[in-house]
Each structure stands twice: as structure tokens, then as C-alpha cells.
Design a protein around this ligand. Structure first.
Ligand code: NAD
Ligand code: ZN
Length: 716
């Protein structure tokens, strides 16, 4: 077979041009956004954590070199995902953050170096609290007058879900804090987890009852906690370790480890392996020791966390967008096992892209039974273009091969090596299908990458004619982040689709009209009330925000972030629709306008053009719009600080704060702190010793402020 693949190793970030960086940044943002949604909201990730971490590392490296690409919508600025509608929302008094990751020892050294510079320390000794990183879900417990009043999940860090009733069923969570002189308001934070044993037992029961099988203890803990019925949570053995805090009306202790002991005195369990460390060597030794113990522990951990012990230093260090500066997670390498690959199946996604899934002889990896692996794409199976980043270099994968699989606390593990010695004589090469498995047997082409090159993924060209793509598109259409139609889940949708009652989005809105004939209430498991509720839910969505609407159209490369950027860029549906039609006709001026929008580039424009260039799609959109009452105009982002939305560059030495602190403050107020001056810069804040940036500012006519003038401007 001709080997046309040209998958290259990615260019070194240090060598990217600004234009290349922009394109790749956008592509990675879209990709990460999708993974975050699948991981945090749907509990169904499609790649391994290790792969995800690699994508994120590259993304961060690009933003570090090209700070002008950072926007408020960037995945680097976000935590988890917004809560779903199922529970009441709780706004966290103090945001719940994520953690920065270290993979190599050098990352740990860099972390400590940054802290020393930030705090301007010379010989002061830094103590650390070293703690296992429990693979569960974080929880914030609010006590007032010593009584538990609310329990909330992390959500997107700012708002979580109210799971108080469920949390009350956990033995490890005291209803009332022990001890005298408990501060009036205490938010105790920590990790809810399920033991490996409980997880395996639960899955046995689920299997026997024909219920959902959980992929790992983390998922099963999350699933068990987010139950509508607290008695189900009560029947699931969940544990809780306290390790952190949110709002506190008074601080009972001065150090992290002191707080941990205080939590114990209040009646909490804390992790017994937590240790006070005095040096880097100490931290690394702790990492090795815990990694060795990992397999014997009764719960899953995916690394260790190092935290500055002194709380006054933690406060000075503060945080950078989504992670504290005073803590880091030092991750463990992934877990591996060997098994036989029996078969390969092709899954067709919403955009028609094919994902080959390897069917394995079931094998246990780190307490989880694995039967499926992602094989990514055609080239991966053929061992082409892979420089050994994931799959060992020079290996192709055949049916019957013994493979080494790896999982990193995730759902879909991957093949990292093939044991050639064990390859049977009759091992068969896998021939990637040339036709889609759909009844239309449409042709398959190789998908284009964001840079317009031929990619390694195959795609069915049937678009909406391909039933796989149609149903996947409809699923996206009704999903939480799109039209979010209550009572119309994937199961119901499939049912309607199979009967041809719903073949395109507009059909959903005509269901009520057609029901005299369809008689949905006669379907088993439906009944009059649920049909009435469904129709009410459908009617309530005849008014929809522009960004949701754009996202729901399901254009390729237009995820939520891009949809929002488009919505904000055009303001109204009419303006956007008009632009799309012109873009599809190749109108240069409109294309240039779209290109000038924040976060929008070539890939999106091509995709918009392809979508609206297709009369079939225009018809779908037209029929859908007819069924709606209003597409709500998008709002421009607003904030009340004078510097919100402004770009500022700090240069020279500042006297009242370090430059990092200054940048952090600016970002907190909604400004963008950039590294270099351009005509887009709004202010340059210059201290003594400012050099070329001052000259640049003069050249572009950018106002130059002193440190004091800046402080006055931001009202400090
Ligand atoms: N596979 C995918 O598609 C996918 C998608 C998104 C995220 N992920 C994975 O999720 C992780 C990122 O998620 P994240 O943003 O929640 O960050 P994180 O899980 O890496 O770290 C933050 C969390 O660690 C937990 N934690 C456990 N023990 C702790 C301790 N002793 N002290 C402090 N915190 C402790 C807390 O719950 C905290 O919220 C990564 O491992 C990533 O690979 C995977
Ligand atoms: Zn098809």
C-alpha cells in the first residue's frame, strides 16, 4: 500500500513562527476544550491522561513564548468544567484551583527556583508539605458555627454543584466540628475517593444488575457522589481526606502541616503518608518512596503534591490564573500491562472521522480491567511517522500481536509497544477501510490538519448523508453545551432517529405538532407526563443564545470557544449568517473581517465556507431558524476595572512589588500582561532601568506610566 503519510514530529516550540504558533495554538485550544468537556462533564475521555498532559504541555509552552495568544477563553485559564444543571449551583467564596504539573525532577527544581525568585529569598530555608495526590474529586465543605451547611464540587473552580445531602452520608465527614474555639466560618477542602476494593466490588454489582460499569475509581467516586438520590450515595463506600481550606474567618494555624493536624483534631481523616520535607532531595526521595508503595495502597494516586508549608508565603505567592504558585503535582509515570490484540473496530465520529479501537484479551492494569485501546489512526497502526513518543519506534500493530498497553488513571488506554518475539506467524496486517461502514459505503479520505496538510486520520466524506455523522450531529445538537434539551438524551434521540421521526435539528421542534400522529406517550417508558415535560423543554429552547446556536450547528473546528468568539465578533445571528454566506462565496473582504476576529483563523474560515457552501446545510439551518422564536444577541465582555481588557507591558525594575506580582494583579483585574510592546499595547509601566521597550512604546505612541501612576489607575 502506498505510504503517503507525512505526519511530522512537531516543530520545536522555540522555532515556531508567529503565524505557525497562532494556527497551532488555536488547533490545540479546540482539542483541549473537547477533551475537557468529555473528561469533566461526560466522564468519558477519549484519550489517555498522558497524551492529554502532553498536549497541554505543548500548549503552555506556546503560550509562554507567545503571550499575546493568551485570552480569557484559553484552556490555560480554565479549571475543570462548569457544573451541569442537575444540582443547585454553589459559588465558591474562595476559588477552587487546579495544580501545575511536574513530570521530571528538573520541573521540581524550576518550581522551587521560581518561588525563591518571587519571594526574593536568599538563604531562608523552605519547608514543604509533601502529600500523595489522591485520584478522586475535590470537595469543599462549609461549616458555620461548627455545623456542616454546604458541600460543593469544584465545577469550573468558581461555581460547583451542591451535593450536601449526598456528602452527609459519608462517615469521614463530620456533621459538627470537634474542639473548642472553632472559627465561625470554616471551609474544609479535600478529596472524596473510592477504594480500589470497593470500586471492583461495585462494578461486580453493577454488572450483575446490568448497570453502568465504571472505568476507574475516580469515575465511580464522581458518579456515586453526583446522584440525585442520596440513599444511592449512602450505599457506596466513599472516603474523604482533608488537605486544604477555602474561606476561614480565622486561621487556627500558620502552616500547611499545622492545618492538617488541626483538621484531625476537628474530626477529619487526613492522609497518613503526608510528610514535612526540608529540601529538594527530601521531596524527590518522598516521590520515589510513594511510587514504590503505590501498588499496595488501597486507593488510586497519580502523583504527589508539594506545597510550601508557611501559609504567609502561600499568600504572598498567590496564584496564576488556574493554579497556585506555591504548590505543584509531581506526577508518576503511567501503569502498564501486556495482552493480546484480537480485533480492530472502526468508530465513526460526528465529523466523520474514523477512530480505530483495538479489542483486547481483557487484562488488569492498576486495578482496572481493560478491553479496549485507542489506536488513534491508520499511521499509528502502521507504525509510520511515529518518533517513539507513544508507540515504540519502528513498531507496527497486527491482529494477534502481543501488545504492551499503558493507562494513566484514564479510561481509554493505549498501545505503547508490540512484543515482536511473540508475534504469531499468522498475525494479520489490518487494512484500513476505504469505504465507510455506513450503509452508503461512502468513500474515505484522509482528513486535513489545521495547517492544511494531509493528516493521518481517515474521514467519511458522506457528511450529513452518512447516518453515523447525522446521529452524532444530532447528539451534539441536544447536548448540554448546545441546545440542552431536557429529556432528550442520546437514547431517546437514537430511538427517534431509527424511526425517522427526527432526521435533522428542525424535526425536534416539530415533534409537538406531529404528535397527534406519532403518539410518543404510547412508547414504552414514556407516558403523558414525560411527553408533556419533553415538549415543554423543547419549547423553552426556542429562545437560544447566539453562541450556543453557533456551537450547535456542528461545523468542524467550531467548538464552544470558537463559537463564543464568533458570536462576540458578530453580535447577532443576522450579521453572522450574512457573513457566513459571503465567506462561502469567497468574498475577500468578509473573509478578511472574519480572520481579524480574536481566535479565528484559516481553519475555522475554511470550515465555515465548506458548511455554508453546501446547500443541504443551508437548508438545515434555514428550517431550524424558522422553528425558533429568538436567537439572543451576544454581549461584549464587560468588567468594572479601568484596565479590564487592556494590554499592559511591565518593564524595568518595580519598587513596590516584583514584576510577577504586578502581572498577576493586572491579570486578576482582567488586563492582559504581555511580554513585548506593539501597537496593540495600551500601557507600558516602566521603572528604573527600562530599556528598549520604552523606545518601542514611544515609537507606537503607547502611554508610559510610572509604577505609582499604574497603582493609582488600578485603584491600589
Ligand atoms: N484524558 C483526558 O481527556 C483528560 C481531560 C482533562 C483532564 N485530564 C486529566 O485530569 C488532570 C487535570 O485535572 P485537574 O485540572 O483536576 O488537575 P489535577 O487533577 O492534575 O490536580 C488538581 C486536583 O488534585 C486533587 N488533589 C488530590 N490530592 C491532593 C492534595 N493532597 N492536595 C491538593 N490537591 C489534591 C484535587 O482534587 C485538585 O483539584 C490531568 O491528570 C489530566 O491528564 C484528562
Ligand atoms: Zn459514512
Amino acid at each position: 500500500m502506498a505510504k503517503t503519510a507525512k505526519t511530522k514530529t512537531p516543530t520545536d516550540v522555540a522555532k515556531l513562527t508567529t503565524a505557525q504558533a497562532k494556527v497551532e495554538h488555536m488547533r490545540l485550544a479546540l482539542e483541549l476544550e473537547g477533551h475537557d468537556r468529555r473528561y469533566y462533564q461526560e466522564d468519558a475521555p477519549s484519550i489517555s491522561d498522558a497524551e492529554y498532559d502532553a498536549l497541554r504541555q505543548r500548549f503552555n509552552a506556546i503560550e509562554k513564548r507567545f503571550p499575546e495568544l493568551v485570552t480569557a477563553e484559553s484552556p490555560s485559564q480554565k479549571i475543570g468544567a462548569a457544573p451541569l444543571g442537575r444540582f443547585r449551583k454553589v459559588r465558591h467564596a474562595v476559588p477552587m484551583l487546579s495544580l501545575d504539573n511536574a513530570f521530571a525532577e528538573q520541573d521540581v527544581l524550576d518550581f522551587i527556583g521560581r518561588i525563591e525568585r518571587f519571594l526574593k529569598l536568599s538563604d531562608d530555608k523552605i519547608d514543604f508539605s509533601a502529600e500523595p495526590k489522591i485520584d478522586g474529586l475535590s470537595m469543599s465543605l462549609r461549616y458555620e458555627g461548627g455545623e456542616l451547611i454546604t458541600a460543593a464540587t469544584r465545577g469550573d473552580g468558581a461555581e460547583g454543584e451542591d451535593v450536601t445531602a449526598n456528602i452527609r452520608t459519608l462517615e469521614d465527614v463530620p456533621q459538627k466540628l470537634k474542639g473548642r474555639n472553632v472559627p465561625d466560618v470554616c471551609e474544609v477542602r479535600g478529596e472524596v475517593y473510592m477504594t480500589k476494593k470497593a470500586f471492583l466490588a461495585l462494578n461486580e454489582r453493577q454488572k450483575a444488575a446490568g448497570d453502568t460499569i465504571f472505568a476507574n475509581p475516580r469515575n465511580s467516586a464522581a458518579g456515586s457522589l453526583r446522584q440525585k438520590d442520596p440513599s444511592i450515595t449512602a450505599s457506596r463506600p466513599l472516603g474523604f481526606f482533608a488537605y486544604s481550606w477555602g474561606q476561614m474567618s480565622a486561621m487556627p494555624e500558620k502552616t500547611q502541616t499545622g492545618m492538617i493536624h488541626w483538621f484531625e483534631r476537628c474530626g477529619f481523616k487526613t492522609n497518613p503518608l503526608t510528610k514535612l520535607c526540608h529540601s529538594v532531595e527530601h521531596l524527590i526521595a518522598f516521590h520515589h518512596q510513594i511510587e514504590e508503595q503505590r501498588g499496595e495502597l488501597d486507593y488510586d494516586i497519580d502523583g504527589v503534591v508539594y506545597k510550601i508549608d508557611r501559609i504567609d508565603w502561600q499568600e504572598r505567592l498567590g496564584f496564576v490564573s488556574r493554579t497556585p504558585r506555591w504548590a505543584i503535582a509531581h506526577k508518576f509515570p503511567a501503569e502498564r500491562a501486556m495482552t493480546v490484540l484480537r480485533d480492530i473496530e472502526i468508530q465513526v465520529g460526528r465529523t466523520g472521522s474514523f477512530t480505530p479501537v483495538g479489542k483486547l484479551e481483557p487484562v488488569g492494569v492498576g486495578g482496572v480491567i481493560v478491553q479496549n485501546v485507542t489506536l488513534h489512526n491508520e499511521d499509528y497502526i502502521k507504525g509510520i511517522g511515529n518518533k517513539g513518543e507513544v508507540l515504540r519506534e519502528g513498531r507496527d500493530i497486527r491482529l494477534g500481536d502481543t501488545v504492551v498497553i499503558q493507562r494513566a488513571g484514564d479510561v481509554i488506554p493505549q498501545v505503547v509497544d508490540v512484543v515482536i518475539d511473540k508475534r504469531p506467524k499468522d498475525a494479520k496486517e489490518f487494512h484500513f477501510p476505504k469505504k465507510c461502514p455506513c450503509p452508503l459505503h461512502t468513500d474515505v479520505v484522509r482528513e486535513e490538519t489545521a495547517t492544511g496538510e494531509e493528516g493521518s486520520r481517515a474521514r467519511c466524506t458522506g457528511e450529513f448523508a452518512c447516518p453515523f455523522q447525522k446521529i452524532e450531529h444530532l447528539k451534539l445538537f441536544v447536548s448540554r453545551r448546545a441546545f440542552d434539551i431536557d429529556g432528550l438524551g442520546e437514547k431517546q434521540l437514537q430511538y427517534f432517529f431509527d424511526r425517522e421521526w427526527v432526521r435533522e435539528p428542525a424535526d425536534i421542534f416539530t415533534l409537538p405538532k406531529r404528535n397527534a400522529k406519532l403518539k410518543l406517550e404510547e412508547i414504552e417508558g414514556y407516558g403523558e407526563t414525560s411527553v408533556r415535560n419533553l415538549f415543554a423543554a423543547i419549547d423553552s429552547r426556542r429562545r437560544i443564545s447566539l453562541e450556543r446556536f453557533i456551537y450547535a450547528l456542528g461545523m468542524r473546528h467550531v467548538g464552544e470557544t470558537t463559537a463564543l468568539a464568533l458570536a462576540r465578533g458578530y453580535g447577532s445571528w443576522d450579521a453572522f449568517h450574512d457573513a457566513c454566506l459571503k465567506v462561502a462565496k469567497g468574498d475577500e473582504e468578509t473573509i478578511a473581517e472574519m480572520d481579524a476576529l480574536d481566535q479565528i483563523g484559516d481553519t475555522v474560515i475554511k470550515s465555515v465556507a465548506a458548511y455554508f457552501g453546501e446547500s443541504h446545510n443551508r437548508g438545515i439551518v434555514e428550517r431550524l431558524v424558522k422553528e425558533l422564536n429568538e436567537i439572543i444577541d451576544a454581549e461584549k465582555p464587560k468588567s468594572n476595572s479601568a484596565v479590564a481588557g487592556k494590554t499592559v507591558v511591565f518593564t524595568g525594575s518595580l519598587e513596590k512589588m516584583t514584576r510577577d506580582e504586578a502581572k498577576a494583579t493586572a491579570e486578576r483585574l482582567g488586563a492582559k500582561a504581555a511580554g513585548s510592546v506593539s501597537k496593540k499595547t495600551d500601557y507600558v509601566v516602566a521603572g528604573p532601568g527600562a530599556g528598549s521597550k520604552l523606545a518601542e512604546a514611544k515609537k507606537h505612541g503607547v502611554p508610559v506610566l510610572t509604577e505609582d501612576e499604574w497603582l493609582k489607575l488600578i485603584g491600589e
